[in-house]
Design a protein. Sequence first.
Length: 638
Amino acid sequence: MSLGGKGKLVITPGGPRPPGMVHSVGPGQAVHVNKEGGLVVAEQTVLTPGGHRSKSLVHHIEPGYGLRHEQGRLRKFNVASNTVTDFPPVVVGAAVPKRQAFVAARTGAAMEGETPGPVPALGSGWIVYTWWDSGSSTSINTFSTTWVVPHAPATYSGQTIFLFNGIQNTGAGFGILQPVLQYGPSAAGGGSHWSIASWYVTSDGQAFHTSLVNVNPGDTLIGVMSLTGHNASQYNYTSQFQGIANTQLPVQNINLLHWANETLEAYGVSQCSDYPASPSTPLKGINLLVGASHPSVSWTPVNRVTDCGQHAAVVSNSSVEGEVDLWYRTVTGTKSLSVARLSDGRLQLWGLGQNGSLYSCWKTTTNPSAPWTTWGTFPALPGGNGQVPHGGNISDHRPQIFATNGSGTLYSCWKQSTDASSAWTAWSPFEAIPGGGAHAVAAGRLPDGQLQLFAANAAGTVYTCWKSTTDPSASWTAWSAFNNVGSGVTQLAIGPLSDGRLQLFAINSGGSISSCWKATTDSHSAWTSGSAFSPLPGGAAVIAMAPLSDRRLQLFAANPAGALYSCWKQTTDSSAHWTAWSAFAPVPQSTVGLAAGNLEDGRIQLWSVAASGTAYSCWKQTTDSSSAWTPWSTFPPL
């Protein structure tokens, strides 16, 4: 039998076909529709943090092995024995995408070969990211970032989410080294859960990964890439998640890595709820070393896909304690709150909005049950608002507040007179902290009325200064180092003990709490040496405190998972022991920010801020310091 004189037909399960239209599909191959609409046989593709790649170009690097570039190709080597193994040959039909996701992200070009088959309903590839370049002839020696595993997406549609800090090089076959947090499937495995691995993905289609390690929402991750050596133009690096076994990937003899990024990458997202349920992931503690020095860094945000309101926000350009927030959706409401006491006893509250604006409200009268005013805008700091103000009362009871802008510059303002309704002064720059870039501030009133200020610089080193005399207009002393609460400080809080002495608390890197206090009631007395405070279950992320109506100090803290705890002095003796931490009444949403202050009758009012931007509040029901707390109620939104 013939067809149009073109030759014999062959039999298929769909009927006779010309031989030229019948093809063998080998192991690891699949049938795809090409750009012209025709069917072609090509190797099956798998997903990597760099787009879809031919399966035979993606390799698992087992624990104890690394990558080495030699003889013009990447080869696997045993770290202990230094023996080298070549990878299996590429399967016939393996396709090398013309442009990988991370290349297109840098150039802003469309991503070719990124996703086989139908295009997802929402954007894919590099969604939003920030970048900084040390220069093509200058290697980044160390690049680390700390972040918390976010909540899982509310819906699972087979999507894959990648979050990472990475460094890229240039030249032939250039690649990106990256410790990656993954939700969903990839060539390394995975599914509807979070897992981590280190990857090296190249522009010529290859991708290499360590074994996947499962992690949970609320876990703290530190992704680190380090230069381990170099010879002439060949450089050696490692990527790993600090302290987590089997995540280390050594890569040797490659071009120097110099283009740093903090990135959200996604594939197969069909609805906004496919992104993590957390509004954003703050990438904190960004530490960059070029040589032995911390460089001057200016992150450039790129919002490539914004169909759900995704965006990248640069919070701090510090190269020691920098922060970049990657947002999955547009969120309105409150980012953080702080409170101070006016001269007539009323509380004033400040809120930093998710939009970066600063707001304030206050009690309408001195009646502790009086309503709050509506939120109004408060003057912005020069250079933008970096945090809500924190402060205390100077000797004539006027509040003075301190805040940092987006670059970590410290500013201050205060009430112009002792009239609680008087205007605030304009923001004025405060003396810069040694080491630069304030990111944690606390102020407390000493027994004689002098205000003492504490601040941590970008490296987490604490400094202090104070009013030189009890005159409310007195100048401030110069900053002096304060080592009593250790190093790596991320947050400070201060409050008065029952005899008026101040006690200072600090959250250190890793979530531990340290504390110290004035040795005597003499305002000029020394501070005690620091001591470790009782560990918070899960580690501390945020902290606040206020004295109860009988002047016992009560402490509030939340861990990275947002669970709220409290402890307090057991008796009114200022030297009394603290109770153990106990779970506080659950907040409707997990806590990411805290503020506490005293109403006019001495009762504590407490605020909790959720990642969604909603603020909640509760307070002591009576002036009895042992009374119950009211239920949580939603505080008016900004």
